[in-house]
Design a binder for this molecule. Structure first.
Ligand SMILES: [Zn+2]
Length: 125
C-alpha cells in the first residue's frame, strides 16, 4: 500500500508530466497551422521536405498523445483510489517502479509478459 506522502509525490510527477505533454502537443498543432499559412509561394522541393518534417512531428505528437492518455488514466486511478495496483494480476506495483514510471498501470512481471507477447507478435508478422 502506498502512503499518502508517496501518493502525493507521484501525483505531482504525473501532473508535471501532463502539463509537459499537453504543451508539446499544442506546440505541434500550431506548428502545422503556421505551415499552412506559409504554403503559398513555396516550391515543390521545399514542400516535400516540409511534409517529412511535419510527418515526424505528428508521429511524435501521436506518441505524446498516447503518453498523455496514460498519465490522465493514472491520475484518474489516483482519484478512484485504485492507483498502484496492477491491472492484470491485481498485485501492488512496487514503489521503485511507480517512482520511475508514475503512469504505469502494470507491475513489472505483467509488463514483461506484455512485451514478450508483442515481440512474439512482431516476429510472426
Ligand atoms: Zn501484474
Amino acid at each position: 500500500m502506498l502512503t499518502n506522502a508517496q501518493l502525493s509525490e507521484l501525483k505531482t510527477l504525473l501532473v508535471g508530466e501532463r502539463n509537459r505533454l499537453d504543451f508539446s502537443s499544442r506546440e505541434v498543432r500550431s506548428f502545422s497551422r503556421d505551415r499552412d499559412k506559409s504554403r503559398i509561394g513555396s516550391d515543390s522541393i521545399d514542400e516535400s521536405a516540409a511534409e517529412l518534417v511535419i510527418g515526424t512531428h505528428l508521429r511524435l505528437a501521436d506518441q505524446d498523445n498516447d503518453a498523455l492518455k496514460q498519465v490522465l488514466r493514472a491520475l484518474d486511478l489516483i482519484e478512484k483510489k485504485s492507483y498502484g495496483t496492477c491491472e492484470d494480476c491485481q498485485e501492488p506495483i512496487s514503489w521503485p517502479r511507480l517512482r520511475a514510471f508514475p503512469a504505469t498501470t502494470l507491475c513489472i512481471e505483467c509488463k514483461e509478459d506484455q512485451e514478450d507477447a508483442l515481440r512474439l507478435e512482431r516476429e510472426l508478422e
